[in-house]
Design a protein around this ligand. Sequence first.
Ligand code: HEM
Ligand code: FES
Length: 450
Amino acid sequence: MPKVHYPSINQSVEYEPGESTLLDISIENKIPHLHECGGNGNCTTCRVRILDGHQHLSRKTLKEQKAASLRKWDPSIRLACQCYPSGEVSLQRLIWSSAEVNKLQLEAVPEGEAEERAIAILFCDMRNYTTLAGEQSTYDTAFMLNRFYTILGEPILMNNGIIYQYVGDEIIGIFGTSGGGRQKNCLDAVRAALGIQHAVNRLNETEFRDFGTSIQVGVGLHFGRAFIGHLGHPQHRQFTVVGDPVNVASRIQGLTRETETGILLSETVYKSLDEGLLSIRHVHNRHLKGKEASFLLYEIEGFTETDIHLELQSSLDYILKNEDGFAARFYDHVFAAAPQVRALFPRDMTAQGRMITHMLSGIIFSLSRPENLKNGLRKLGKNHEKYGVRPEYYPVVLECLLNAVREEMGGQYTERVGYAWRQGLSMIIGEMKNWQAGETEAEKHRLTNA
Ligand code: HEM
Ligand code: FES
């Protein structure tokens, strides 16, 4: 039997030519391979570079041709979900983590010119940077800054945003580069701002406690039309955003210091969201530098009701930082509650554990890209039918996952987190069980080609 080789992980797997795409072969062999749209040729997250064996792959489908020409790919890049191998192939997966997926939006941003887009802009500034840098050793400051930027970036990436720039102790996030309506882009930005606040509080309570210091941030949000493009010297073009809304967002952020607030939204952002969605602490009426009219700025506390996305996003870190431990704990619960399902898992449980945590993380990151999520979950559900999973096993797995999350989070677990995970997992399972309702396009394509 021919093999597919994955040189970067030093692994080669045999396969039966004909029925399986390159993506199917990765999944079948428990090799994590992102596939946000479930193999429908829409998201391009399954892209691979073919290092050898190009001649053993099926021709590009129309979808793949379109994706390749839009993104100006060289011929060595293929969509793993769209090609069927028939001989030896060696490949490299190009997107490693869900956090990287947002960068793909930049591929649709024009080169050498700018296009106007309606975007939400987030400016976040560390307030006590100078004190921090003065009080700690250089080594500790570098460590803290690194942790700070990492945890600050995640909420932007989880909400379909792009990290546009780091300027000194400031981070700028952009939401809506590849489209999305006004409401969606503003909601993504607000969730990111609340996620940042949550992450900073947690960092202060945990890792930074030993340093005897805590970090404060100020976040300003605005929405408007700005020009985006890859601009600069032809040899060094950079993703650039220009326009008044960017300056306004920066000034709003500047006012968080003066007003001693955490998160300030412009009226445009606030009015783009459903009434009553956010709980407001105070409305400030201020002049912004360089503007004649005064601005209403909304200081927010959070969502009025539990926001499932935000709770799931904020608790994901607990699972990922002890990924193998979490998965082992989860499967121990499953096999204790339903010993008969143990036989369904004949292979390496560590690899299986990484597949499920990788999948959960991918799902949580793609909550802000719901257009792909449904298809991805239905593909997963269809696979589970093949693995011999019966519908009555799902509620058992749901409870075991909830138990594992609760144990992993320890003292940080709250009723709200529990509620969000129950709702989130019920949605995931609902789609998985419903796989037949949406026989996916990829499947139709496969059947037509058979
Ligand atoms: C929240 C729901 C679930 C999620 C997110 C999930 C996720 C996954 C993932 C990512 C894989 C790797 C293969 C693939 O991507 O197709 C997998 C495999 C598998 N899952 Fe699930 N799963 C869920 C529910 C269940 C349930 C209820 C069972 C029943 C016991 C189950 C049993 C299995 C089995 C038997 C395999 C294949 C094992 C093997 O081939 O060695 N899963 N699951
Ligand atoms: S394009 Fe292949 S999984 Fe989405």
